[in-house]
Design a protein around this ligand. Structure first.
Ligand code: ZN
Length: 107
């Protein structure tokens, strides 16, 4: 992902609409690019901050909210990966069992 792409995904990130694959690339770029980190902070502050102004929430800490969101996304990605891997594992296991069953019946 380059800076231009990253910037175009910021609104989707704020709305929590990024898919897992994009989120992973998004986070990778976030970790490696100072300019985009700054850009994301600003856009996040502006859009989420305005939402919370309406709520009259004085204790709201935007930076920790941003961090929290990045971390929770990380957890989601890990969970998603484990889920995908176990799916593949079960599928493989099923195929092996089916193969054994066939061999057993034919033999
Ligand atoms: Zn960048």
């Amino acid at each position: 992902m380059n800076c231009k792409e990253f910037e175009s995904y910021i609104p989707a990130f704020i709305d929590k609409k990024l898919d897992y694959k994009t989120m992973e690339e998004f986070r990778e770029h976030y970790a490696s690019c100072d300019v985009c980190r700054e850009e994301l902070s600003i856009q996040f502050l502006v859009s989420v901050g305005i939402q919370h102004l309406d709520n009259d929430d004085d204790n709201f800490d935007l930076y920790s909210e941003l961090k929290k969101r990045l971390v929770s996304n990380e957890k989601q990605i890990v969970r998603h990966k484990i889920y995908k891997q176990s799916q593949r594992y079960i599928l493989t296991l099923g195929c092996i069992l089916l193969g054994l069953l066939l061999i057993w019946h034919l033999g």
